[in-house]
Design a protein. Structure first.
Length: 229
């Protein structure tokens, strides 16, 4: 899971290496019949043609992906588990813009409930089987209770039997971040909201396929946005 907006959709093209206009060398005055390479005009024309082809290809990919339904393998996670994503999730990842939320602790304490503040800002953990979403089965999107960022979807939620909401993958790459947690004499992987830095829960390598991961999340860190089927 400073302020500002970062964008990385993998589809940006640059017409120059340095970000500005390229200086074109003057053509050499060669004698008639000399074997000379392509002139500057030809080189620029070829480069513009290549950029146009790439741009068209990128546009076609963005048009095709939303309609695709196949699962796409994207390698293996650091736990050695196979990771797969749907085409719709890939589109969300490519077009995602993560806004970094920065507030003072006084502002967080004012805007959050006491339970939300304890979990999100003080890295607390709610008691098992007491949260609002551990036994929730309605379809929808689970957002960060602190900043409203999309974190997980009901499609990846499963019953882990632990008493906390559990998901086998985030809504999109970049929705959450991971950090090492050595508290309580243990070594765990903390799950953090990528937008506001709020503590969500922990990640364990004992989830179901296709990822084999279990994102164990506090209900107090989430807000369900129900979806009408």
């Amino acid at each position: 899971m400073g302020s500002g907006v970062g964008v990385n959709d993998g589809c940006m093209l640059s017409s120059t290496d340095g970000g500005g206009a390229e200086a074109l060398p003057e053509a050499d005055a060669g004698a008639a019949g000399d074997d000379v390479g392509p002139g500057p005009a030809q080189a620029v024309s070829s480069r513009l043609a290549a950029i146009a082809v790439n741009a068209r290809a990128g546009f076609m990919v963005m048009q095709i992906l939303p309609a695709a339904t196949a699962y796409l393998p994207i390698g293996r996670s650091r736990w050695g588990c196979r990771c797969v994503i749907t085409a719709s999730r890939l589109c969300r990842t490519l077009s995602a813009m993560t806004t970094k939320i920065t507030k003072s602790e006084a502002d967080w304490a004012r805007d959050l409930s006491s339970e939300q503040y304890q979990v999100l800002r003080q890295k607390g953990t709610e008691r098992a089987f007491t949260g609002a979403y551990w036994d929730e089965h309605r379809p929808g999107v689970y957002r960060c209770a602190g900043c409203d960022a999309e974190l997980f979807t009901s499609d990846t939620k499963f019953d882990s039997g632990t008493g906390w909401p559990s998901f086998f993958q985030p809504a999109a790459d970049g929705s959450v971040q991971e950090a090492e947690d050595r508290s309580f004499f243990m070594r765990r992987t903390e799950v953090i909201c990528a937008s506001c830095g709020g503590h969500l829960g922990h990640l364990f390598p004992d989830g179901p396929q296709p990822t084999g991961m279990r994102y164990c999340i506090n209900s107090a860190a989430l807000k369900l946005d129900p979806r009408e089927d």
